[in-house]
Write a protein that binds this ligand. Structure first.
Ligand code: C2O
Ligand code: CU
Length: 455
């Protein structure tokens, strides 16, 4: 049931989107980062030069079982240094993929590095570079990391949609205006072309009565998605990899780096068509793709209730005793920006200071005591959205945009709206120096980044 190729009919839409590596393969796997070419916008247009893992965007879908050990040798065939960060995984600090802070960069034109660590949590994660990220991610370096539950829920298909956007010119070339002043000081590099698993898609083929587990990953530099599945009522079962009480949502909002696992019950009529709309930026709403039902008889008429996933072994923070910290994110256009003359490419601040990329072991903004609980109030003192990400830990989101968050949801990235705040709580149980930054990659690279030490 788990991952069987369900129907010849839908195989084109289902498989073929992502190459998949078999589970529990012996020895280290090679993950090669290098230049490649790919058709992003259809056969009528030229292929685009991209940077890719394993020759394709997104990179290979890495699948493991909870509790297994990941061992991957990265080979850098790019013309620039790189590292790989396995986003959301509670791993040892030395495996975190942050250049200079946790490892030397993997040298361009042939450098190698072996990442090896256990996978304590089930869920949907992803991997991407942590060096020169605006360009490296913007050119296509990212892939899904799926960690299956020991007893995965019964579904007909378990699929990943890696959502990303591109800034292409008329010849379908990725424009090279990475880290432009305009992008870095505003909303980040938002592209003009949105792809699902590496190409624009007209149609997603389903069969009536199917139950699909859909793992959404926002791999964009800066774009936020607000997805509506017209005619459907998907249930959210996990956010950032971690289970939540299954609940139906009308619109799924995903900031950069965020993930959602949905159960999509295909209750539509055979032969029907429904749109998936992204209307996060309201005046720029568009159709992401159509859900197209085959004409066949429904596979089933009624659906079992959606059951919660088993919790991951994350320690619950002790809210009564937690130490509180306030972290203010500032800067950007229309905010308290350092003057033009002083900014030197740095527009964004965390508690009033900037941390440039490529830093050599910067001083931590905060030193936390190992094993202690913390509540952090994240204050967005700007006119822009910031998806704030903490490495090495997962946190409980207590409040967002001033309102309590029901259901005790966990996350590794929280989207904080303009002029708003969020509170997160976690146990500082993973020793090391951890990045704490905005995942709008142009914001991160122009100052909105800090180090939190767990000692
Ligand atoms: Cu997804 Cu610091 O990264
Ligand atoms: Cu930001």
């Amino acid at each position: 049931m788990r991952r069987r190729q369900f129907l010849g009919l839908v195989a084109g839409a289902a498989s073929g989107l992502c190459p998949q590596w078999a589970i529990a393969q012996a020895g280290p796997r090679i993950l090669r980062a290098g230049p490649s070419r790919q058709s992003l916008v259809g056969a009528a247009n030229p292929k685009s030069d991209v940077w890719a893992y394993g020759g394709a965007v997104p990179g290979p879908e890495l699948r493991f079982r909870q509790g297994e050990r990941l061992r991957i040798e990265v080979e850098n065939a790019l013309p620039v240094d790189t590292t790989v960060h396995f986003h959301g995984i509670r791993l040892p600090n030395a495996m975190d993929g942050v250049p200079h802070l946790t490892q030397p960069p993997i040298a361009k034109n042939g450098g190698r590095f072996v990442y090896e660590f256990d996978l304590p949590d089930a869920g949907t994660y992803w991997y991407h570079p942590h060096l020169g990220s605006p360009e490296q991610v913007g050119r296509g370096l990212y892939g899904a990391l799926v960690i299956e539950e020991r007893e995965p829920p019964a579904v007909d298909r378990d699929l990943v949609w890696v959502l990303s956007d591109w800034r292409l010119d008329r010849e379908a070339r990725v424009t090279t205006d990475f880290m432009s002043f305009m992008d870095a000081s505003h909303a980040g590099r938002i592209g003009n072309t949105v792809t699902v698993n590496g190409s624009i898609r007209e149609s997603f083929a389903v069969r009536a009565g199917e139950r699909i587990r859909l793992r959404l990953i926002n791999a964009s530099n800066a774009r936020i998605y607000g997805l509506k599945f017209e005619g459907h009522e998907p249930s959210v079962i996990a956010l950032d990899g971690h289970p939540v009480m299954p609940h139906k949502v009308e619109r799924i909002v995903l900031g950069p780096a965020m993930r959602a696992d949905l159960i999509l019950d295909c209750a539509g009529a055979p032969g029907s068509r429904h749109r998936v709309i992204d209307d996060f930026y309201q005046r720029r709403a568009y159709r992401l793709l159509n859900i197209d039902y085959a004409k066949e008889e429904p596979l089933r008429k009624t659906f079992d209730p959606v059951r919660p996933l088993p919790a991951n072994p994350v320690a619950a923070p002790d809210l009564a005793r937690a130490e509180r910290h306030r972290v203010v994110f500032g800067g950007g256009m229309m905010g308290a920006m350092p003057s033009q003359r002083e900014h030197r490419g740095m527009f964004w601040t965390v508690n009033g200071t900037v941390l440039p990329e490529g830093h050599d072991h910067p001083a931590p903004m905060l030193t936390l005591e190992r094993g202690k609980s913390y509540v952090m109030e994240l204050v967005n003192d700007t006119s822009w959205h910031h998806p704030i990400h903490l490495h090495g830990h997962v946190f409980r989101v207590l409040t967002r945009n001033g309102k309590p968050v029901e259901g005790g949801e966990w996350g590794d990235t929280v989207l904080v709206d303009p002029d708003s705040r969020a509170e997160i709580a976690f146990v500082a149980d993973n020793p090391g120096d951890w990045m704490f930054h905005c995942h709008v990659l142009e914001h991160q690279a122009s100052g909105m980044m800090a180090v939190v030490r767990v000692a």
